[in-house]
Design a protein around this ligand. Sequence first.
Ligand code: ADP
Length: 483
Amino acid sequence: MKIKNTDLLKECCYINGQWVSENSGAKMPVYNPANQEIISHVPKMGGDETRMAIEAADAALPEWKAKTAQERSEIMLRWYELMKENQEDLAILMTLEQGKPLAEARGEIAYGANFIEWFAHEAKRIYGDMIPAKSTSQRIMVIKQPIGVVAAITPWNFPSAMITRKCGPALAVGCTIVIKPSPESPLSALALCQLADQAGFPPGVINCITGDAKSIGAEMTSNSIVRKLSFTGSTAVGKLLLEQCASTVKKVSLELGGNAPFIVFPDADLDLAVKGAMLCKFRNTGQTCISANRFYIHTDIHDAFVEKFKTEISQLKVGDGFEADVGQGPLITQAAFDKVSAHVADATKNGAIIELGGAEHEKGGTFFQPTLLTGLIDSMLISKEETFGPVAGICRFSSDDEVIKLANDTNSGLASYIYTKDLSRAIRISEALEYGMVGVNEAAISSELAPFGGVKESGLGREGSHYGVDDFLELKYVLLGGI
Ligand code: ADP
């Protein structure tokens, strides 16, 4: 697969509007997870270059935040248009470095670009407040101002959208940003920077650093110029970064791991539930933080659901994301493959039954068979931890109270899904679930229009919707006297 716009393939970092290499020339390889071949190399930068990028973002801040919302919005909309024009190339780059089926990669580019378009318009709606004061000679004015320089650390599972989801609100309100993409998927990030450059963002407004995660992260979290860290990734790294941000009291947004329950009640439309289960479990090879991780199926419909689900899963074509009709690509790394294998082994050792799959796929490498397990119990690893792979584990339940207790019995609280035709049950259960998001008869819940985020250890803050700007703004109260 060849991209048409070769300018998008970058092997340098983007700092202060310049494409720069690491001083000593240190580089790190980028692999294609479908065949382990090296696609390209990117600089292996560290703390010093991160500081340079942060200082560039700081220098660019006064001019960027002084622009009118309309001016910022126009540049953002040009960026959005360029993403759309280059959708196919951006999708190819993504499939190459991340492995997801090309159709999914195209979908992610469109989805990711929407955050830029949506927030470009939201830039014009950063409203303040006037509050009646105690005295008639006073007014209380509340204004919202950009927090300042933002650091963004992003994962490999959505190499493009996790960046636009942070850049959208940050840039719209007048912040500048330094991005550290995942070492597994830096090419998508650098390609977005190339388009940002073309769109006309002033130098320093957007910067992107690839390299050593620990030293880049250490600089981002300790540098007092950075006023906000926005992170999407594992819970363990999120906790570490939150701790590291304490010394400079930064505002922190964390979008961490989930352990999503997918609950099907006896009155559900089973075909709809199976369609949702397929999307929710096998999209991106199960490597999303909102992937269903535990399936709770009411005992009355358990066997019928399993039968239908099994039929659908068995039709899933596994392969390189560029092959036609592929529905499931490889896992991102050997470590990811090992985790999935360990979860299946632990489940079967503790009594789960393999209905389908359960092992390495014949394609080898990090390809894993789409897997269906029944007889899931609470104590299994697969019930307790995010599997992040194409394994659906099913547990029976008999009552609403029982399933609410099971679903909430976790430290995670990102996404949850329920299938029922009973409106009052849908409302009761939605309110009882300790999750940031609930899909009712719907599995595709992510959108620029809605607040995405979790409770408990799944994170802090929300991305998307008009709530999404709050994390990048400071409130300022001005008391107007002598009126
Ligand atoms: P995953 O295990 O799914 O890759 P991680 O949380 O390790 O999730 O990675 C998410 C992002 O966090 C990546 O960009 C990764 O490089 C980065 N990261 C990992 N460890 C650190 C760290 N100690 N400091 C800063 N960033 C880190």
